[in-house]
Design a protein around this ligand. Structure first.
Ligand SMILES: *[C@@H]1O[C@H](CO)[C@@H](O)[C@H](O)[C@H]1NC(C)=O
Ligand SMILES: *[C@@H]1O[C@H](CO)[C@@H](O)[C@H](O)[C@H]1NC(C)=O
Ligand SMILES: *[C@@H]1O[C@H](CO)[C@@H](O)[C@H](O)[C@H]1NC(C)=O
Ligand SMILES: *[C@@H]1O[C@H](CO)[C@@H](O)[C@H](O)[C@H]1NC(C)=O
Ligand SMILES: *[C@@H]1O[C@H](CO)[C@@H](O)[C@H](O)[C@H]1NC(C)=O
Length: 573
């Protein structure tokens, strides 16, 4: 009932989009391995005009976290609305329905409520993790779509410094040289646009999951995106070293990257030899280029929403499935409990609520083509193709941000509340036999709080909300070894539980038994504490400093209370 009150409160000023007559559509955008390296997140060297424009028309979550920093566990968590300790999905090979429970997924719940649901690209983790078939039998109206060129993932099409065509990590390509003269994200974009066109002719609401592959490795993208990132603008990570006082169990030795041809040529010794600086810069340039390539593709889909008259009735969520270390802490992967691996970009767009009044040409999502412009010496795009300087939004355009602590697992309940379909109740501790419940909380109170005064940049402290965001990561050992990045379930011996509060990150690595799925909080291998008021980069583990003994005790207790204790008492009635 509380949910309905929120929806009404949200829509007092406009039409109630949650009414039966015009139930809103959902465009659920997920980007693989995208950390908040976007212009709208303050990364001023980034060229991401279409996502910046989406951000202008959304609530931008500054502090959004995934529940485990690797694909399948993270995706299974936000798609089931439950946390990894419940889904028991910590690796890339296990299917939640086989191991944990017959949970009603987010798209399945929409399907059960009269929506056409479809998956394009990577929504569920492919392969065994989702039954080998994207959970098709349960989640989607039609079998999930995968671009034909997806099978060319490792083809030898990128020219390395040795002049050879190879399967490289850094992989700018000429589309004429690749099989099918296209790439998966381009083909998925085309298919999404066709789907939107078809849906515009029909009344039945849709839930479209559209999952972009880039900037996941290999960093393969049309080579023209490189020109957006002149090398003079590319810098090393600020902290490209193994931090002092970092327990080895916290480190990920980035084994996936080492397998690519260009990285093998560097003859790096495992696990600690750093990538030479000049190649670090080239990898960072490639990641940024791949992010701009995704921005370009997303921009085409958003433009299609406008074009087919769907923009005013489609809720859009956009988020990464986890972050990525681009050399920070001398790491080149996700797969850690650091902020940079667990923090994601997250945007929620609700038509008429989070959007500005429409632009002079009546468009919400004009397409910004970064490739038709170049960057001037002072960093300005010329001609202007960003929403910030174009007449579409005007120079006064600004973001509606919140620093409320939010979690990807919250998206399930949020989308239910925004569309007016049943919000699952909060799961009891023992919930493997409950098909429909959630371990997240609707973000509608936060959205409402941010949008009630359009110029208000609210703080999570201003109103009752979560005091912490929780993530976890498994390890096979407290010694760094080949599978430290991502142990198979049967090899997990340690679980790192981490908690981000308004001011700190606190982590404990404890014993874990993968047969009984139990952790032992009395058997602690290592602990970490970072003070985010002066060390957001998490370079200085202060957990053993005498001055913080009291704080550590407090945080240790809060960690043991977990997510159930992170919301004010009686919050959800
Ligand atoms: C799982 O749940 C669905 C309904 O959501 C039901 O149709 C199916 O039979 C269940 N499968 C098993 C193995 O219990
Ligand atoms: C769009 O509609 C056409 C004509 O009905 C159909 O053949 C095609 O499969 C549809 N495509 C998508 C992606 O919905
Ligand atoms: C890597 O090792 C090979 C064979 O030992 C050698 O030819 C090559 O020069 C080495 N490359 C670098 C970058 O050290
Ligand atoms: C959306 O816009 C179209 C025309 O562009 C209009 O016909 C329709 O009524 C609008 N829908 C809502 C929910 O405002
Ligand atoms: C948990 O770990 C502690 C400390 O190593 C040990 O004494 C205790 O027996 C363990 N508990 C279980 C249930 O394994």
């Amino acid at each position: 009932m509380q949910g309905i009150i929120y929806v009404l409160a949200l829509f007092v000023a406009g039409a109630s989009i949650a009414s039966d007559a015009a139930r809103p559509n959902v465009l659920f955008l997920v980007v693989d391995d995208l950390r908040p390296k976007l212009n709208c997140y303050g990364e001023t060297n980034m060229v991401t005009p279409n996502l910046d424009n989406l951000a202008i028309n959304s609530v931008l979550f500054e502090r959004a976290y995934v529940q485990q920093a690797v694909c399948s566990p993270s995706r299974t968590s936000f798609l089931t609305g439950r946390r990894p300790d419940t889904t028991r999905i910590f690796d890339l090979k296990t299917y939640f329905r086989r191991l944990a429970g017959n949970f009603t997924t987010l798209p399945q719940h929409f399907k059960n409520n009269g929506y056409i649901t479809w998956s394009i690209g990577k929504i569920f983790h492919p392969g065994k993790a989702a039954s080998g078939k994207d959970d098709n039998a349960y989640s989607w109206t039609y079998p999930a779509y995968h671009a034909p060129t997806e099978s060319n993932r490792l083809e030898h099409v990128c020219r390395g410094s040795d002049g050879q065509l190879a399967s490289n990590a850094r992989c700018p390509v000429n589309l004429d040289d690749v099989k099918g003269q296209s790439l998966p994200d381009i083909q998925n974009t085309d298919m999404a646009i066709t789907f939107l066109q078809n849906r515009s002719l029909d009344q039945q609401p849709f839930f479209l999951g559209l999952g972009y592959h880039k900037p996941h490795l290999p960093f393969k993208f049309p080579e023209e995106f490189l020109k957006l990132y002149p090398m003079s603008n590319i810098h090393m990570a600020p902290n490209p070293y193994y931090p002092p006082w970092l327990p080895p169990v916290a480190y990920a030795p980035w084994d996936e990257l080492r397998g690519y041809h260009d990285i093998r040529l560097l003859n790096l010794s495992f696990p600690f030899q750093s990538i030479p600086n000049d190649y670090q810069l080239l990898l960072r340039q490639a990641y940024s280029s791949a992010a701009s390539y995704t921005d370009h593709n997303v921009g085409r889909v958003l433009q299609a929403l406008d074009q087919y008259g769907l923009a005013n009735n489609t809720i859009i969520t956009f988020h990464g499935d986890h972050g990525w270390q681009l050399g920070e802490h001398d790491i080149w992967t996700k797969m850690t409990n650091f902020d940079i691996a667990t923090r994601i970009p997250m945007l929620v767009h609700v038509p008429g609520v989070t959007s500005k009044p429409s632009t002079p040409r009546g468009q919400t999502f004009p397409f910004y083509d970064a490739l038709t412009s170049t960057k001037t010496a002072n960093g300005v795009q010329s001609p202007c193709v960003t929403p910030m300087c174009s007449d579409e939004q005007g120079p006064s355009a600004s973001y509606r941000t919140t620093d409320a602590l939010v979690e990807a697992v919250d998206l399930y309940a949020t989308l239910c509340e925004l569309t007016g379909i049943e919000i699952p109740s909060t799961c009891p501790p023992d919930n493997l036999n409950i098909p429909l419940c959630t371990e997240g909380f609707s973000l509608v109170p936060v959205i409402r709080h941010v949008t009630k005064d359009k110029d208000d940049v609210i703080s999570g402290k201003d109103f009752a909300w979560k005091t912490a965001a929780f993530s976890q990561y498994p390890r096979p050992s407290d010694v760094i070894q080949k599978d430290s990045d991502g142990p198979e379930l049967k090899n997990i011996r340690i679980m790192g539980y981490t908690m981000k509060t308004a001011t700190h990150r606190y982590t404990e690595w404890v014993a874990y038994d993968p047969v009984t799925f139990t952790h032992n909080m009395s058997h602690v291998y290592a602990r970490e504490l970072y003070d985010h008021t002066n060390d957001l980069e998490e370079n200085l583990n202060i957990v053993d400093q005498v001055a913080f003994k009291g704080l550590v005790e407090e945080l240790a207790q809060q960690l043991r209370g977990g997510w159930r204790k992170a919301l004010p008492e009686g919050y959800w009635g």
